[in-house]
Every structure is written in C-alpha cells, then in structure tokens.
Design a binder for this molecule. Sequence first.
Ligand code: SF4
Length: 318
Amino acid sequence: MPSAPLGDFYKKHRKKGQKKYNISMPRKEDIIVAKSAGFCPGVKHAVDQVVALAGSRKKPIYTLGPLIHNKQVTAMLEMRDIKTIEKPEEATDKRGILIIRAHGITPDLQRQIEACEISVFDATCPLVKHAQNIIAKFAVQDYHTVIVGDKEHAEVIGLTGYAQGRCTVISSLAEAQALPHFEKVNVVSQTTQQESVFFEIAEEIKKHANMCQISNTICQPTKDRQKETMEQAKNADLVIVVGGKHSANTARLAELCRGLCKHVQHVETEDELDEKLVVDAKRIFITAGASTPGWVIDSVVFRVKTLRDRANRKIVYR
Ligand code: SF4
C-alpha cells in the first residue's frame, strides 16, 4: 500500500488553533571542500621535520621566525617546547638545533648562522630555492631584479639577498609604471603571488627595459590552489577561507574569492563562522591557505555540517 504523503500526516495531527505548519526536510548536502586546501608540500615538510626532531634527543629546538603563520600550529609547537627566535645569536644553547623555515633566508643570514656553531636543519622549500637560484643566476649577468611580492614577507626578504644589491620589490601595476628604465631586468615572483597580477605587472615592466627576463616563480601548489578556487568560488553562494589572519597567502586567497563570490568569510577557527550565512547558503565552498593544518579545516567543516543539519531539522510553524 502506498504511504500517505507527509503533508497529510501533519494536517491530520496538527494542534487545534494552529493554522498551518511545515517541516523543512533535510536538504541535499552541497558543501565542497577544496582538494588543494591546507598545507602545501613545503610547509608540510617543515612541520613534519620539526615535530620529528622534537621527539629526538637534540634539544632545544629553535625556529628562526615563526615556522608558519598559523596560531594553532604555533601553539602546538610551543607545547612541544619549540622556541621561536628572531636572531641566530638568541640560540644560546649550542646543544640544540636551529631550523630555517620553508620561506628561506638571505645568504648573509646563512653566514651569520654558520658563525653561531649550532646544528642547523634547513627546511627551505625547494621551490623557494629555485626562485633564489634564478635571481642569483641573472644577478651575476648584471640584471636588475624586480620581485613581484610583499616587501615585508620573509620569503621576499630572503629572495632580495640573492640579487647582489640590485633589487626592487613591487606589488602593484602603479608601482611597475613608476619604475625607471633598466638595461637588463629579471622579473620574478613571490611563490604565492596571484598569477594574473604577476603577468599584468611583468607586461608593464617589459616596457621599462632593453632586455627583460620574465621568470614566473609562482609555485605549482599555489597555481593549483588558485585554479581550483577560481573554478569553485564563482559557483558558490558562500566561500569560507580558513587560515591565519596574518598569513599572506590565505589573505590573498580570500581576496581572490571576493572578486568571484558575494559572501566570503575568512576565519581562523570554526568559532568565527557566521551561522546565518552558513545556514542560508545553498552551495558552500571551503578552502584554506598553505599554512592551515588539516585538523583546523576538519573542525570548520564539521561545524558547518552541524549548523546546517540542526537548521534543517527545525520545525517551522507558520
Ligand atoms: S607555497 Fe609553494 S614555495 Fe611556498 S613553501 Fe609552499 S610549496 Fe613551497
């Protein structure tokens, strides 16, 4: 026997005086989590190595600058007694080990570290090393280096050290337009730069030099993350970008999404989610920066699902 429609059941059992009532049925989940979300290979390698070293007898462990720009990971490392220092001289206990983070450092700083006579673990990402080598190769051929990136970012500071003192860092088309004329210029990028911005700036710099070498040093994991984000964000009602507010690549990812989707939330943890936006959105795309650990992404996804499940089960009286 065919079962009676749910609407008939509620009509029959509705309370006296209650005009109409409705129950919202669980809707089909439409939450997409980016395949590229979270730790890039360079950051993963650095974090894995430091955590493994924390379990060894080589103590204390010093990282030169925060290993990555993520509060949750920093807190986890502090719990394992891994100390962040700003200068190599602060590594006073010579029985310890000093970690060079994935962003890399200048050759000058490398020499200062060697003078400290402490064991060193170099976690510079090979893709950052590739950018350093390109700068060094053209600098010895008298090329002026232009880096498209954030002046204050550790990776960019490290890259400038390979340019033999002839280097300009810019981040906008307006700054490119204001550049002087060069005989030879080598244009490189911070590894996490937005590709369209890099190409636009590089095209402008071509007009400012007799010989222009363009080296697109944006790393492949960043390109993949941007490609997936652009494909998914434009079809979403809400994009949630998970990661540190001080992480340049996460902030850039959120900025990219703002041009593609009406509602974009950049959150560090699930506690910052906007419940109304999460419940109202039909399709949600969740992504994360290169320095966001998997467990933080999982917590955000879990909260999003819980909020939506709870809202869907609510009985709405009209
Ligand atoms: S963002 Fe790219 S270059 Fe930077 S650490 Fe990660 S993989 Fe390496």
